[in-house]
Design a protein. Sequence first.
Length: 382
Amino acid sequence: GGGSPFIGEVTAKKIIAEGKLIRVVNPCRLDATKQGVSVPIAFMGSPNVIREKIASGTETPSAFEGMTKLLSSGVFDVSNYFGMKSVGQVKIEESVKNPGVYEATGLENVDLNTSDIPLDKRITSVFPIETGGINSIQPLVLGAKFEIPVLDADGMGKAYPKIQMFTPYIYGCTNCSCCVSDNKGRIVAVTHCGCAAGLEDVLRDACCEMGYTCGLVGTPLLFSEILNKCVLHSLSKAWCIGRAAKRGEKLKQDPVESILDSVAGKLVIDGKVIEIKRVTEGGFDRGSIVIEGLGSFSGQSVQVLYDNENLVVRDKTEGTSSITKEHVLACTPDIIAVLDSEKGKAIPNEDIKVGMKVAVIAIGANPLLLTEVALKVVGPRA
């Protein structure tokens, strides 16, 4: 999940070629009492559309500037401003379409001046909202562009399809303010929403109106909140997995086995893709992939079900059409990845084709995702 990493790779190489510096910082080295905030960065929408509709590169920077303008105007959570029609040049209005949701308008009239932002609300770093595809790389590009560091952390420990699955929201952090922007510079800024699931609906509607893809800047978080409510060292873990695959390939070893050794993962099946079903609806890519086993997995087959991200792998060997406990081989919140059998590279669902030789692996979830509170949001019943 998380969109095509190839697009992120191209943009990252481009900004490095321009002389910009990408800095990744260990969050544990930060002073939790330090003033300033960090914001999560992502592309939101259908990965299939992101692949076909070439990004302008202005989506996340525009959303970032929108958030900066909100903070410079004194707007953080509109709960503090009920009954007021404006804060400075920014107008605060209840959404007609979504009662109880408040949005900020007039941001285009606000000068981008970070010196107006109080120290405790100034954005001093960014981090990925999730680990996966372009959404792991986009914060690196944004950090380089605005010359601020990227924290080695994320809010999911993998890729998830909905914003309420962001661990700080699961563990009680406020879900606003939040900004999305399209490639034309249009900004939707939500300053108050009753719950994270409601915020997902509001932002998903805006995303669909923007052409099924947009840049997203989430709620500013304090460093203490990141240290306690985010998944730490997720970028370095992704880097280690990539290094293991490259090393295995270089040493003429099985790169999939090299990856499994590096993360203590499980090989679910090694085989060939024989069937794909996919549909794009409501800003999501949904579908299934059937894989027929080869070699030691000959005679077996599995089905991977996904909703932007892989959710369940079930045994299809006996041709059952139901998802029962006995037939589930792996499921969320564990990481389920479909890899190129020969190179160990993860293949985004939108790039998988019939006839490809793939390996499906499962990697254990971060402990933050395994609590009773978290499983209600990210577990198989969610």
